[in-house]
Ligand binder design. Structure first.
Ligand code: 5GP
Ligand code: ZN
Length: 114
């Protein structure tokens, strides 16, 4: 997708603070962090939202969770805990139409979300 900011981040056309990358996914710091640790993990392949996960691309989503597990251990937040958020569509609060998982940690997170 040529006009997608997260595709541009994945292609290094837009600068970001990358914390992990492999051939399937990239993880980078959120521009507007909501907690001391706020990382976005995305597939390099453009998938618009959770609505577009299917049998062919679901391996990428499983891989994202393996990467989050690794990041949590590398960042030392696996014991204290963290939250993984995926916003889908307008009511879900999705503002970038390239599927992404927020990894939030470093403070007590509230529930329920607003
Ligand atoms: P959403 O609201 O779609 O779930 O989350 C989108 C997230 O992307 C927001 O937390 C926002 O701060 C972040 N974001 C938007 N544009 C950029 C950008 O250009 N670079 C980075 N690093 N984060 C961005
Ligand atoms: Zn994209």
């Amino acid at each position: 997708m040529t006009d997608c900011i997260f595709c541009k981040i994945a292609n290094k056309e837009i600068q970001s603070n990358i914390v992990y990358e492999d051939h399937k996914v990239i993880a980078f710091k959120d521009l507007n962090p909501q907690s001391p640790v706020h990382i976005l993990v995305i597939p390099k392949e453009h998938i618009e939202s959770t609505n577009y996960i299917n049998e062919d691309n679901s391996h990428l989503i499983g891989h994202i969770f393996v990467v989050i597990n690794k990041l949590a251990k590398d960042l030392g937040i696996h014991q204290e805990g963290y939250r993984i958020v995926n916003n889908c569509g307008e009511n879900g609060g999705q503002t970038v139409s390239h599927i992404h998982f927020h990894l939030l940690a470093g403070r007590q997170l509230l529930w329920p979300p607003g």
